[in-house]
Write a protein that binds this ligand. Sequence first.
Ligand SMILES: [Zn+2]
Length: 250
Amino acid sequence: MIDSHTHLDSCERPDAELVAAAEAAGVTRIVTIGTSGASCRAALAAAEDFPQVYAAVGRHPGEATGFDDADLAELQALAAHERCVAIGETGLDYYRDHAPRADQRRAFEAQLELARETGKALVIHTRAAEDETLELLEDRAEGLKVILHCFSMPARIEQCLAHEHWWFSFAGNLTYAKAHELRAAALRVPSERLLVETDSPYLAPQPVRGTANEPANVIHTARALALERRVPYGELEAQLERSAAAAFGW
Ligand SMILES: [Zn+2]
């Protein structure tokens, strides 16, 4: 199984323990996401230390305050690393509003162009900003590989499915009792565009809800997805591994 989105540097346990626990649970690859300069360097260091770990480098919308050309140059340099498989996470977060919206948008547009330059997938975070995020992607992301991280827009599923190079990454909220609409949306996604993730240390899936999440727990979300889609776990696992290989180019 593959955890397509985690934040190892935000988890409490040391990377080595998290990776070992993941491996014991059958998680063979982990993409750890950088959200700031320091966090991107930590992600790349983890990817150098562990063969199972790959990195995405980007500037989270919540960290976008004052994003400028120097920040972009730093991201460009980090993105050239051979273990960097994606750009982001980037996007718009108007729920928390940790950074001015103009800064979030500028950082988002810059990373969109960086994904184009590098040919790497673009990892999207969107919260309370669906219209603007999708509009910007539809205007500017033509031909890019786009990963909708922690997909939570069931009402927009058909609009998103219309874009052939968009992937849908489902997180622990898929397992929650009330998430009927999200599970129905997950049924609509073709297997070659389906991913699962933990977004750890956040958003622990149902059987371990309320605890600090970690990459090993992606199997709970994958199990729920296999049940919902009525495919054996092993078959879903093979599908997700092919889908991730296409998205991340490994
Ligand atoms: Zn994240």
